[in-house]
Unconditional design. Structure first.
Lengths: 153, 737
């Protein structure tokens, strides 16, 4: 079937098989592999995207469900001027190791700071608890969120 | 003023540097193995055994081969070369031949146009199995029918054991093991099987070169040893198999063994099309080896004034269906079983066995995790029996340079055991938080299971150590090649695998330091242009890569000086000082050393436990670690925090559950790893005591935190509950029932 959606501000069309997830369509059909395939069952958050501004696991959304909707992926965050401040903070704080969880965490952090510009530590931990990271032990990720929020003590 | 002139100088050794792959990773542009794409690419899928132990009576491919989009369906009959492979023994079939020995063992592979077509075709293959009794209990393995009747592990210089299903059996006899003390404590400890749970699933792309050879782009830990295992199975000379590093989404030991490499290459050569494999999470749980489940029997004897005079330990490791690196894990578990303490008399018996459980091999800590958990619990028992403060008891017995290991090896490098203990003890935990408080900061968290009633605080302390670099005569090396260009820039070639640990930055920092320039490019990591770097494991790569890049840079500068300028291209291979095997009968060194160097860490953990519900929250962790020299301090902190999280996972939640060898929790829904809500703040103190033999004095840093944190957190839960808790992960019902 044919689906039409807006991805990172651009109208896109692609043919999909009905069983394909939005994650698969982004990665394999729209050449946007930034959303990552770590569990494909909505547990790890690595494939997080914003669907009409709402944070979702793109592995749990069918590509067909995204027809007519707007999707923002990690690839849509940086501008011509450079990295998004959340992306910059993740690199500066050392929050990236293998980086497989990073796109999902960056998208989730953008969403968090949109809702809560100066989150408390508890808010940060709760907001990111749906994004698994196996490398960092999360400490530098928390540092990155505080850095992006401008709340570094 | 040009941009080049205003750019800040890039990091040298000892400076925290911004990851060179950080920007592409945060932009989502870093190419992981699962992101690869080639024109005309097919998708591979693996049919796996649903049984832990069965004879294969028949494999019927007739339906699968005719399905839409399917280009190849292959079994063991299609393996043109050697039918088996393995890191130490070639005991694992590329595709099952006449029987399957573990749940998830590959039986057939399919290539199709769409991954769903490949999956459905694999599902349509009819395999007739005759079920066999699984060897599921490691304690009974030596009484059961042999799983490998041809005994691939015999005659390799280890102690030949006549019992069936023994992978390796060894004994370390040190001093007089019959020495008695004033106080004796005993314990039997168990460690569950942990999964590496790297987030990037096993993936790769195999591309035929049109001339009978193949290029494999894969997430791995050791390019050259992958090639050396793959080529014989394909019936090809090594030069026709080129293995290239694709982006690696974490490893932790789980990518030392092969996953899709041979399967992808077989299908690519068979179809003459590129073939990509991407495992899903369930498949990943069966697609790599795990941490060995262990059972450890201990007896510690001490004098009344607190000196440990004799330790007797028996260690049983469940190696699962194939050997992988079980022999080395067996030895490591034994070598570090006593902890970093001076003990003059010991008898340590360590055995790994074949079973029909999931195969086990390398995982961060490599045998030392299991024995540290047991021996540190014993130290706490001794402290209690002797009424000596647990930290004081450890200081009293702390190993130091000039002492001997139980293998007879003289400790001649840096090993600041007492220093890490003192500096950890000096880290001050936060005062207990008042009640009432937000439930997110109570055990049970957002589940809102308590307002504080039934919650008890506990504090634990532990020390752990292990070897740095490979051991027992396996003297690995690392190659680096430096090209100096006429314009003053340089290109570095090194096959070291970047698995997320940051070795790429170590290479660049060393090259910048030695060459005195920022104009350095790093060539792709590949077997095609440089010799082996050895693997990303054994906390060895920082040391070995630093040595190789340093040596090659210095040689290149000399060569340019000699020639008076121009282009220079130099390759150098770095070796650490040699080791020799342990005596197969006594476990004593046969030369000067079996291990190259040692690293130690101490940790204090604070927990709160809801003793009514058995729920634990780790409140705070403080650790001092012996790192030699921190090449990139920010990355060192990241390794310590990440290793601590993995240890927390094993202490409190992570275990692969098997029943008759079948995994019951192969998903992140059922196999829980620590989340942002589970991890406490980690206070880190780096102890820099340079290792005399290491380039720049550096030691690897990845493993000690994963070793010591399990023991420290378990000790804290014991302190809170007063229970013995001799098994990790500690389950809720271990606490409250």
């Amino acid at each position: 079937m044919r689906v039409s959606l807006t991805v990172n501000g651009e109208p896109r069309k692609t043919d999909v098989w009905g069983g394909e997830s939005l994650m698969y369509a982004l990665r394999e059909r729209l050449d946007l592999p930034g959303s990552k395939n770590a569990c494909e069952q909505g547990e790890c958050g690595s494939c997080s995207v914003l669907l009409d501004g709402v944070l979702v696991c793109s592995c749990l959304v069918l590509a067909a469900q995204a027809d007519g909707h707007a999707v923002t992926t990690v690839e849509g965050l940086a501008s011509d001027d450079g990295l998004h401040r959340v992306q910059e903070a993740f690199v500066a704080a050392g929050a990236v190791q293998c980086g497989f969880c990073t796109p999902g965490l960056v998208v989730a952090t953008v969403d968090l700071l949109e809702r809560s510009p100066a989150p408390t530590d508890d808010e940060i931990r709760e907001a990111l608890s749906g994004n698994l990271c196996r490398c960092t032990g999360y400490q530098k990720i928390f540092d990155a969120v505080r850095l992006a929020a401008g709340t570094v003590a | 003023m040009s941009a080049t002139e205003t750019r800040p100088r890039l990091g040298r050794i000892g400076e925290s540097v911004r990851r060179s792959d950080g920007t592409p990773k945060v932009r989502g542009e870093f190419a992981y193995a699962s992101d690869l794409h080639a024109a005309d690419m097919l998708w591979g899928h693996t049919l796996r055994s649903p049984h832990a132990h069965a004879r294969i009576v028949e494999i019927d491919l007739s339906q699968a081969v005719g399905m839409p989009g399917v280009h190849a369906v292959l079994t063991h009959e299609d393996v043109p070369g050697r039918k088996t492979y393995g890191l130490e023994f070639s005991d694992q079939p590329v595709l099952a031949i006449d029987r399957v020995r573990y749940f998830g063992e590959p039986v057939a592979v399919v290539a199709a146009e769409h991954p769903e077509q490949a999956r459905r075709a694999a599902e349509s293959i009819r395999v007739t199995y005759e079920l066999l009794e699984p060897v599921a209990d490691s304690e009974r393995a030596t009484e059961m029918e042999p799983l490998h009747p041809d005994r691939p592990t015999m005659g390799h210089g280890y102690r030949d054991d006549p019992r069936p299903n023994v992978v390796r059996h060894m004994v370390i006899r040190h001093g007089d093991p019959d020495t008695t003390g004033d106080v004796t404590v005993e314990g039997v400890y168990e460690v569950g099987s942990q999964d590496q749970a790297f987030l990037g699933p096993e993936s790769g792309l195999a591309v035929p070169d049109g001339e009978g050879g193949v290029d494999i782009y894969v997430a791995t830990q050791w390019l050259h040893v992958d090639r050396d295992q793959v080529a014989p199975c394909l019936g090809l000379p090594p030069e026709q198999v080129r293995v290239h590093l694709a982006g690696v989404g974490g490893a932790f030991g789980g990518r030392e063994d092969l996953s899709m490499q041979i399967h992808g290459a077989l299908l690519a050569l068979h179809t003459n099309r590129p073939v990509k494999f991407v495992y899903n999470r369930e498949e990943s749980f069966t697609g790599h080896v795990h941490r060995h489940p262990a059972k450890i029997w201990c007896e510690h004897r001490a004098t009344r004034d607190g000196r440990v005079v004799c330790v007797r330990m028996r260690i049983l490791l469940d190696g699962g269906a194939y050997a992988s690196s079980s022999t080395a894990v067996t030895s490591n578990a034994a070598s570090f079983a006593l902890g970093p303490y001076r003990v003059d008399n010991a008898l340590i018996e360590s055995t790994s066995v074949y079973t029909n459980n999931p195969p086990c091999g390398a995982m961060r800590g490599f045998g030392a995790v299991q024995t540290c958990f047991a021996s540190e619990a014993q130290m706490d028992k001794l402290a209690a029996a002797l009424a000596i403060d647990p930290v004081e008891l450890r200081l009293l017995n702390a190993l130091a340079p000039g002492d001997h290991l139980p293998t007879g090896q003289f400790v001649d490098g840096a090993l600041p055991v007492a220093e890490v203990i003192r500096r950890t003890a000096a880290l001050v935990p936060p005062a207990p938080e008042e009640l009432p408080r937000d439930p997110i900061r109570l055990p049970g968290g957002a589940g809102n299971t308590t307002r504080g009633e039934g919650v008890r605080r506990g504090v634990g302390f532990a020390v752990g150590f292990k070897n740095i670099c490979y051991s027992e005569g396996f003297d690995d090396s690392c190659a680096a090649r430096v090209q100096l260009h006429a314009d003053g820039s340089a290109t570095i070639h090194c096959a070291a695998t970047e698995v997320g640990q940051g070795v790429t930055d170590v290479i660049l920092q060393v090259a910048r330091t030695e060459l005195g320039t920022d104009e350095i490019a790093l060539a792709p990591h590949t077997t095609a242009s440089v010799g082996s770097a050895g693997s990303a494991s054994a906390s060895r790569l920082t040391w070995m890569v630093s040595g190789a890049v340093r040596d090659a840079c210095r040689a290149a500068l000399e060569e340019r000086e000699r020639r008076g300028g121009g282009e220079v291209d130099v390759e150098r291979v770095h070796h650490h000082r040699p080791t020799t095997p342990l005596d197969p009968e006594t476990g004593q060194i046969t030369g000067e050393r079996a291990h190259v160097a040692l690293a130690v860490a101490a940790m204090r953990a604070v927990v709160e436990v809801d003793v009514d519900l058995g729920l634990t929250r780790v409140v705070w962790v403080g650790t001092a670690q012996d790192v030699g020299k921190a090449i990139n301090p920010q990355a060192v902190h990241g390794q310590i925090e990440g290793g601590t999280a993995q240890g927390l996972g094993l202490a409190l939640m992570e275990e692969i559950q098997t029943r008759d060898g079948r995994i019951g929790n192969a998903s992140f829904t059922d196999y829980l790893i620590p989340t942002a809500l589970d991890m406490p703040p980690v206070a880190v103190d780096l102890v820099e005591d340079p290792e005399p033999d290491s380039p720049y004095g550096a030691k690897g840093v990845g493993e000690p935190p994963a070793i010591v944190s399990v023991a420290a957190i378990a000790a804290a839960v014991r302190d809170a509950t007063g229970k013995e808790l001799a098994r990790v992960p500690i389950r809720a019902d271990d606490i409250c029932l």
